[in-house]
Design a protein around this ligand. Sequence first.
Ligand SMILES: Cc1cc2nc3c(=O)[nH]c(=O)nc-3n(C[C@H](O)[C@H](O)[C@H](O)COP(=O)(O)OP(=O)(O)OC[C@H]3O[C@@H](n4cnc5c(N)ncnc54)[C@H](O)[C@@H]3O)c2cc1C
Length: 442
Amino acid sequence: MAKGKKQPKRILIVGGGYVGLYTALGLQKKLRSLEASVTVVDPQPHMTYQPFLPEAAAGSIEPRHVVVPLRKVLKRCHVLTGRVTKIDHATKTATVEAIDGHTDTVEYDLLISALGSVSRLLPIPGLEERGVGFKTVGEAIYLRNHVLSRLDLAESTSDPELRRKLLSFVVIGGGYAGVEALAELEDMARYAVRYYDTISAKDMRWVLVEASNRIMPEVSAKMGVYTVKVLERRGIEVFLDTRAKSLENGHVILDDGTEFDADTIIWTAGVKANPMLANTDLPLDQRGRVRCTAELQVEGLSDAWAAGDNAAVPDLSRTAEDPTATCSPSAQHAVRQAKRLVPNVLAALRGKKQKPYVHKYQGSVASLGLYKGVTDVLGVIRLKGFLAWGLHRAYHLSRMPTFNRKVRIMFDWLGAFVFRREVISMGQIQDPKTEFTRAAKS
Ligand SMILES: Cc1cc2nc3c(=O)[nH]c(=O)nc-3n(C[C@H](O)[C@H](O)[C@H](O)COP(=O)(O)OP(=O)(O)OC[C@H]3O[C@@H](n4cnc5c(N)ncnc54)[C@H](O)[C@@H]3O)c2cc1C
């Protein structure tokens, strides 16, 4: 670089999920040549489209199609596969730990924190050992294989108690993630049992446990009640105002005195901001989120931004009724905040004024299994059943990043419609060395 020439600024995006991917896509398109370089760091080499995880778990979509490979789409960015373990904004450095454990220091000029959230666990005995979250594609694939392999095991045992345990499935947490995971997995298992001689749908026990008095706070109370009815009509037991007290050894004890054994416990009772943020010098609120201005700038810093689940962004659409309101953790906000971040970061680079983020939450669409759904748009368009399910698919397909992924998902749906679902457990993937070790010993 010739002396006196401006060095390109180094933009570091920490996290390649919704916010990270969309922001990087926008910046790589809009940045002028040599204006800035963009580095994205994420422990996964892909972005995960989380709203499609329930369909991936149910086998309606190929798991590889609900993720977007970062290197393939971020051709003008530098992608690092590793976990950021520390950010020292005072010295503008981030520590990155690679999968093999070695660490590197990355220097930057501008920072975008897009670390998302993680499952919020409670101190319930047995939860950590027996529970499985539902936030990653790994968990979705694991649960699919696990549920199907419970059917295989139940068919192959003559012990009635063990069989009952194997065929009992519990989801704890009734937000959209929990309800969709439960509804899709139950739907898949209900379809799968036709291939088993000794198992019918009524032999399975599916249970939803929710601590508050309603499920799906993302839709209206009326739609929440409707969803409970739909689930109960399918034989799913819904416990409202109920908490899990113990899950030790798969023995579920609820605080209303109900007790039963279950071999599958899915934990979807809330998320919290990425705890890595505690290892940074960024200002955090009492919920551990990065405190931001409405322009998505980190409070007090002109060269750092945050958005999505890890950020406390003022919700300007609600400040009239509650001046402290912040945006809820949702894909709807994450995607739109990323779209606002791009011009704001460019404005900062070019010495222009940044604009605030304003978006009124538009409601939710949720799938309750094949051809079943519930939709609540602005409290005006409330749909149930097939129409709601169609809207859910259309909406999420339109939001899925890249044309390539959209087309692949459409082919998955078409294939599943023509040839019906695949209900094979590929549980071996979870333990690939077993056969090889057995062969070595023989
Ligand atoms: C099953 C499910 C269904 C959902 N359905 C809906 C829905 O229908 N509608 C809706 O609006 N929202 C939905 N959501 C919520 C939505 O997916 C999130 O709000 C959204 O993903 C938030 O985007 P984000 O970029 O903040 O975080 P994420 O998309 O989670 O991205 C965070 C990224 O940071 C990376 N990361 C984590 N730690 C580190 C680290 N130390 N260093 C570097 N990178 C790191 C992660 O690997 C990840 O890629 C759903 C969520 C789930 C789990």
